[in-house]
Design a binder for this molecule. Structure first.
Ligand SMILES: [Fe+2]
Length: 282
């Protein structure tokens, strides 16, 4: 399985001025079986930004593209509806018991907004057949409404767990915007809930973004056993250069002895865009 990982595209004012077509061509040159987009497609959750993100993602030749919301994508009361319209139209997982929900603004009050859908969280399960294997992608919305910090509701995780138990699959990967292992100043504040979920569900790896830095970690549960890796990809197209070193990551033969991880830096030049590949572990 070949995975292409992109993150933090940030259409809107945080998006750089370089030619996205050149980046798209480079992304499409990698023979991806699946593309994982770990969120922050927009700067301010505006309709036009979601439209641009949808058009960009539609330009990927890979048929299996999975995206999750980031904190910047959840600044609007209509974020979940715009995600449905321009990125992916569910079905989304509902909390197991709504009376026990702790996440703030998981539902917007019908008294304060006129919406089609008052449930704001975007969590989903998607199964793909890749190279003879059934690969389950668990999409978890770690974002709090109109906040940069993250939070996961245990009733959502409970419902996801119940649905996962009904499925037959060979491998499970998790896609979320916030890191569960290494945090910045806007962390997933109850990351232990998600870490426990990942270990309990035997999820092989998590893919995230948010910090605009590349970072790959491996965790072992010393008491109970269990192991997983976390792949954090930097921003694809941030305007904030050189602080953000724009990049994408590719994982060839993921999880096998022939695994090859490549970080491709994307650097604006006087006459276009330069790409510098680094093969990790070589
Ligand atoms: Fe973010």
């Amino acid at each position: 399985m070949n995975i292409l990982h992109i993150s933090d595209i940030h259409f809107g004012p945080y998006h750089w001025a370089a030619d996205d077509k050149i980046v798209l061509d480079r992304l499409n040159a990698f023979p991806a079986d699946i593309v994982l987009n770990s969120g922050d497609m927009t700067s301010d959750s505006l309709q036009g930004e979601f439209e641009q993100a949808g058009a960009f993602l539609a330009g990927l030749v890979c048929e299996n593209v999975v995206s999750i919301l980031g904190n910047h994508d959840k600044y609007s009361k209509r974020s979940h509806e715009m995600f449905r319209t321009h990125i992916y139209d569910g079905p989304f997982i509902q909390p197991k018991d709504t009376s026990l929900v702790k996440k703030k603004k998981l539902y917007i009050s019908p008294k304060t907004a006129r919406l089609n859908d008052y449930f704001t969280d975007v969590n989903f399960l998607r199964l793909f057949e890749i190279g003879g294997e059934k690969v389950l992608i668990v999409g978890v919305d770690t974002n709090l409404f109109q906040s940069d910090s993250g939070y996961v509701d245990w009733q959502i995780l409970a419902a996801l767990g119940d649905e996962i138990d009904k499925l037959i699959y060979d491998r499970a990967l998790l896609l979320a915007h916030h890191s569960v292992l290494s945090t910045d100043e806007d962390p997933l504040i109850n990351s232990k809930r998600l870490t426990d979920f990942i270990l309990a569900q035997n999820i092989e790896a998590t893919f995230c973004g948010h910090t605009h830095e590349v970072d790959i970690l491996q965790v072992t549960d010393v008491i109970n056993g269990g192991i997983f890796r976390q792949f954090m990809c930097g921003s694809l197209s941030s305007v904030n250069i050189p602080r953000d070193k724009n990049m994408f990551c590719t994982y060839e033969n993921f999880g096998t002895s022939n695994e090859k991880i490549t970080v491709t830096r994307i650097i604006p030049t006087a006459d276009g865009i330069g790409f510098i590949e680094t093969h990790l572990g070589e």
